[in-house]
Design a protein around this ligand. Sequence first.
Ligand code: NAD
Length: 475
Amino acid sequence: MLKNLIGGQWEAVSGPALPVYNPATGEVLEEVPLSGPEAVDRAVRAAERAFPVWSRTPLLERVRLMFRFKALLEEHFEELARLVTLHHGKTLEEARGEVRRGIEVVDFALSAPTLLQGRTLREVTGGVDQNLYHYPLGVVAGIPPFNFPVMIPLWMIPIAVVAGNTFVLKPSERTPLGAVRLAELFLEAGFPEGVLNLVHGGKETAEALVAHPGVRAVQFVGSEPVARRIYALAAQGGKRVSAAGGAKNFLVVMPDADLELAVPAILNSAFGNAGERCLAGSVAVGVGEAGPRLLERVVEAASRLKVGPGWEEGVQVGPLIRAEHRARVVGYIERGLAEGAELVLDGRKEMGRPGFFLGPTVMAGVSPGMAVGREEIFGPVLGVAYAGDVEEAIRMANAVPYGNMACIFTASGRAARAFREGVEAGMVGVNVGVAQPFAFYPFSGWRASFFGDLHPHGPDAFLFYTRRKVAVERW
Ligand code: NAD
């Protein structure tokens, strides 16, 4: 059974627990406890006790510790990637990509001596100077989703901590092993007790953490209904909140697009990470004469993707996270058929093997009026839709409530610009299938894909994790 990390001690927890699976085999790897409000309270109190000293620890010392953490992450890079593959299921190559993206946030956090600088204006009025300083908030909480067990905790912890806050993380109960290993390395780097605390659990544990009066800010990443709920709950408690939700991402292919480039990019976007990615391309829109060619090429290439355990050489699509989640995804395929979409490639043929596999699936004739064209599926199911021109494609992308990412493939600067200007999504790709901003830019979801103001990582995160004090001084 996994343990909680409270005030620098790993504590055993009794009571209800859930299994943690290897999704490629169905085998149980571990048990994760569902901690109650009492454990949450002790974790928050441990973080509160650590805060006065940590927040006054000189910035260069905080940065030095973060450098050590970064060095340990590099040293354990392959081990972390293998752990991600083992309990999440994604391919080893995808897991390596995830760990690298996570470490890049640590790299970015090391810019704290620049990014925490305030501003100053002398002689605003006779003999008066004005100075702006950044202060940490106190105890902050992070609630990540299952799909990036290492990267998303690393969106949260390094920036919060280097800015002088103390942290309580509630890892995903489906993929908690990444966070546990990160916490071990964090302690090994030499951070003081109580700076990072870990409380395992599910919905109730998360709600107790968000509602705890000692928590000053909440960073959540997960599905849209839960993001809405956390946003409201945190706001009710007068807390700062950043809540990233789900997505439905459109990939538009213009008639002048280079399909040699577009098709592999679309495949990676739709079927990479088994489609369990908030930046997964979910509907490919062929504009004009691009439509039939796109469908033919995508289906031909998708049917050749190798499905299997993520650690096997050459595998391109790993399993889904749980049998219940796969049943939900299969439900979407059935709904799509009932709503009139055409099933051109059926990934259900991969369901015979052990584990929670579902192969790449392509449905044609999809529109935003259908559940498969409007709702987040979070599996390897790509809808193909058709539009007459770029404006119609933009209207389709904007017809869904989400606004995480939208991509266009084209050789035309005019079409690309019209798309970038018109599409109601916060992350836009031009001739790329996954428009993931690097750590030094914000992860900018719009509409129902994000609730709050300041986004994960980038300079936004330094503002999120600090409060400003302005001093007006006359001497
Ligand atoms: P989820 O919403 O089920 O769970 C996310 C976290 O919230 C978990 O730690 C879980 O324990 C907790 N939780 C679940 N229900 C809760 C409730 N009712 N109250 C309080 N806490 C609760 O999401 P998931 O299935 O783990 O992750 C997949 C989702 O995350 C997808 O919708 C995906 O698009 C989204 N996601 C979004 C981003 C982004 O940046 N926008 C990034 C990654 C994943």
